[in-house]
Design a protein around this ligand. Structure first.
Ligand code: UDP
Ligand code: MG
Length: 345
């Protein structure tokens, strides 16, 4: 089999301190993988400068002049990690068979990258990098991150536990990702929705090589909130549920308060007042919850997510396809069909 063309995409925001080491380490790795015939000679590194204010772009530019294998993409302003990553993935897709994304700080272990390629060559379309342990993260970061995964799953958002954005995707998985038209793209939630044959590679997460985290607490909370509201209408359901509970409680209380009144154990006016507070409160919450349900539907419609994604289509391709590189086989077969058309006419 021909070696796959790999592009490694690295989003960078104010990473001047760590970038020279990152470029050197990734470049060495790329050259080694090419020498070992794991990947094609056309494989590249793509550094995305997400509107940095420091020397990030000039470092990328300097290195890209020195080597054909190092490429850069400069965004017009800071658009955030997820969008910078998307810009890199979609740009790289055009000239690659598979694209791997990794953070610039090399907290993720680059020595496991050849295992991602092995999995891809074995027919996997998506390979998730999963952290075995997070000993190097601070106590706070570790616990908030673990709480985040559990809370998201309770909210109905299925994430790969302990997986961030260290992942490999095939060209066809990336093409499907392009069909998710939403503006607030929460990649960790969307990628599992693509489906296809997926697997994980486990590694130990290390400390940042240099520089500071670009995800302080405020940004982390915002990211989590964005994740929930981009995927789930569960918070709206809570409002509706609270309204319904409050309404039924008001009915029960109504009976109880009337009994109290009849036995003469209440102040004048209290019974009607307390019952109506519960009743009106419940009705208002039900009303808000119902409106929320409709807004929830509009929100889902407005995302225009694909309703299904085809893996193998055996009507167009009656013969069994090889397990590996289904997309390439699909393209070839399609071309063959086209060539055959004039003969049948
Ligand atoms: N990043 C980015 N744009 C931003 C913030 C971060 O491209 O607005 C990049 C950053 O350079 C790094 C990656 O996203 O390569 C993850 O950021 P960081 O390592 O600071 O996050 P942490 O690992 O602390 O969660
Ligand atoms: Mg980091």
């Amino acid at each position: 089999m021909k070696q796959p063309i790999l592009t490694i995409v690295v989003p960078c925001y104010n990473e001047e301190e760590v970038l020279p080491i990152t470029i050197e380490s990734l470049h060495l790795l790329l050259k080694r993988m090419i020498a070992e015939d794991l990947i094609s000679k056309e494989s590249k590194l793509l550094f995305v400068d997400d509107g940095s204010k420091d020397q990030t772009w000039s470092i990328i530019h300097k290195e890209s002049v020195k080597s054909e294998q190092i490429r850069g993409l400069k965004l017009s302003r800071n658009v955030g990690h997820q969008n910078a990553l998307l810009a890199g993935l979609f740009t790289a897709k055009e000239s690659s068979d598979c694209v791997l994304s990794i953070d610039a700080d090399l907290q993720d272990d680059i020595t496991v990258i050849p295992r991602f390629i092995e999995k891809f060559s074995n027919g996997y379309d998506i390979v998730y990098g999963v952290r075995k342990k997070r000993d190097c993260d601070t106590f706070f970061k570790r616990h908030t991150a673990e709480f985040f995964y559990k809370f998201m799953s309770k909210m109905g958002v299925n994430l790969i536990y302990n997986h961030a954005d260290f992942r490999l995707m095939s060209k066809r998985a990336l093409s499907e990702l392009e069909n998710f038209k939403e503006v607030n793209m929460f990649l960790r939630g969307v990628v599992p929705l693509i489906g296809f044959k997926s697997t994980s590679v486990y590694y130990d997460r290390k400390e940042r090589l240099a520089g500071e985290t670009k995800y302080p607490l405020k940004k982390m909370l915002y990211f989590a909130f964005d994740g929930i509201t981009s995927f789930s209408v569960t918070p709206i359901r809570f409002v509706l549920l609270t309204g319904l509970i409050s309404f039924f409680v008001s009915l029960l209380f109504g009976v109880y308060f009337l009994t109290l009144k009849m036995t003469g154990n209440t102040e004048t006016g209290w019974t009607s007042l307390i019952t109506s507070i519960w009743l009106i409160g419940g009705l208002q919450l039900i009303g808000i919850g119902l409106i929320g349900e409709y807004i929830g539907k509009i929100y889902k419609e407005s995302k225009r997510r694909p309703k299904f994604i085809v893996d193998i289509d055996s009507i167009t391709f009656p013969k069994p396809l090889p397990l590996k590189n289904t997309q390439r086989a699909k393209d070839e077969s399609y071309n063959l069909n086209l060539r055959k058309l004039p003969e049948t006419n």
